[in-house]
Design a protein around this ligand. Sequence first.
Ligand code: SAM
Length: 278
Amino acid sequence: METSNINRLLKMDDASFERLSKYVTTEYGIKLPDVKKSMLESRLNKKVKSLSMNSYSQFLDHIFSEQGRQGDLFDVIDLITTNKTDFFREAAHFQFLTSTFLPSYSNQNLKIWSAGCSTGEEPYTLIMALEEYRKRNATLSYSLLASDISMRVIQSAYNGIYTMDKLTTIPLEMKKTYFLRSKVNPDITRIKPQYRNKINFKRINLMDNSFGISKVDLDIIFCRNVIIYFDKPTQEKVIRKFCTYLKPGGLLFLGHSESIMGMNLPLKQLQPTTYQLQ
Ligand SMILES: C[S@@+](CC[C@H](N)C(=O)[O-])C[C@H]1O[C@@H](n2cnc3c(N)ncnc32)[C@H](O)[C@@H]1O
């Protein structure tokens, strides 16, 4: 039987793959070795077909054109990035923050950045952890910036709407405190607006020279499971930039498979993947 044109996988020629992977690595830091070619083909197929294009060279000419850069290029970034995340992912970080770090940290007016926040589970977990801490330590206040390169995930994080199965890692009492269940569809839940409004959502590319935020101003940066997609020199460059945004004594949290081993940085490891600026 003939497969319909829309479903047939369009093959990417080597020159187009090289052009796209070079662009993505230079602009966003994300490595795209040859083995990622079939992943790219399957993620981009629908987008290419929706533009009625039948070759990748034509598609790339379009997305890199003036017009493409205003719109379709953003969709390509959305499709290329890997956005897997969970509430209370790597829960030891939140435990360390509220049980060990905050009780002995002198500043009670925190500035926190979730860099590479994906669909919002990480910044909302921070909200829950900090609000629970504030029940016992009312003097603490905080502001929270959450950013990503993908507009799609930032919009989704801002909406704060999740299916119930996404909430399985959240203790029941917290679900009741921080989320509102839809009356129309009981499988849908939404973060309460007063908590969503505590977060400033922004598009920030970690490859940019400046992040548009003040230097030596942040107490805590979460950048977990983001730089794993970058090569080692790029990872080091990004972490070095983070160091210029943190206050001395401030913390950097990385993902479980990321580390600063072999890098010459002014950071001291406090526990696995948790670093303090010296
Ligand atoms: C796997 S998610 C991690 C989400 C969350 N931090 C966590 O640990 O669960 C990685 C996120 O990093 C973002 N990302 C990748 N490259 C980036 C860049 N150059 N600048 C900013 N964000 C980037 C992706 O869009 C994606 O949403």
